[in-house]
Design a protein. Sequence first.
Length: 335
Amino acid sequence: MIQLVKSQVQFSENPHGYFLQGVQLSGITSLIHSATGLGVYAEASDYVKNFLIPKAGEKGTAVHGAIEHYDKTGQKITEYDLPLNGHLDVSAQLENYIRLREGYEPVDNEYTVSDNIMYASNIDNVWQKIDTGGIYLVDTKTNNLDLYPGGEDALIEYLSWQLSCYAYLFELQNPGLKVEGLLGNWFRDSEYKQWPINRKDDSLIKTLLDIDYEVTDHGFVYNINDKEMFTANIAAVSPQQDAIMPQHAINAIAAILKEEKAAKARLDELKVQLKNAMIEHGIKSWDAGKFTATIAKDSVTNTFDTTRFKKDHADLYEQYIKQSVRAGSFTLKLK
């Protein structure tokens, strides 16, 4: 087993942050947010910032915890009772993690790296590839890709910055060890993906990590002189400049349309099952407690054949035509 150098930096939950001999160091993620603008929910409402994002973060922490516990003990602890999420089962995420880890051995979890001067962070997973013996640094994401600013491509670009910083600090902390590859694992309920992540040049990462900062009552404030240096590579993943509404709102509409489509298909399927069950039991009306279901009696309806009347009595048809203005319909359609 590879022996990694243990950092002297301590991570504290309260107060939250990284500390070296009592001095607080900046994390990597807040630096990347500030320098690149990636992953910043600039247009988010207070409800999103104060409830939805913390709720998602709580779920992400549970997924990370299940993964770490499995790597260290082999035990599958996947059920949690949480303040914002209630009872939560992350067994699907853990099973998918096990699938993605195939071909690798876990070396460490939440491994702290630091320059021991200004910056520190925890790497989610350090893996060793079985067939090459190479070191892989892995970060786990659980973001909703439909709502993440810029979507999947922007998250992958963010991971490129994040994991490149980790690789630079890892090699600095472990002389003689080289990082062979970077991976981003993404889990969302039963869905999962693994992205190979491009490593940015060490000289660019060193420039990023040389940025100084001030610690204020509102957090870290970074003194970025040349922001274009860090944003030049993200033009391809930025939201459209001519968008008529905030990107987070566009992403939210798309996400809801997908949910609506899936929900309608599932509801139609269940309605057929319920109707068949009612017919089988000779029930015309049923109160299920949370909803009622009714099978109406067959009926005969009369309809006017407009097309035939117009063909047979064109002059008379024209005498009874009444025109009115109707507002144009508004349609949302998934691409």
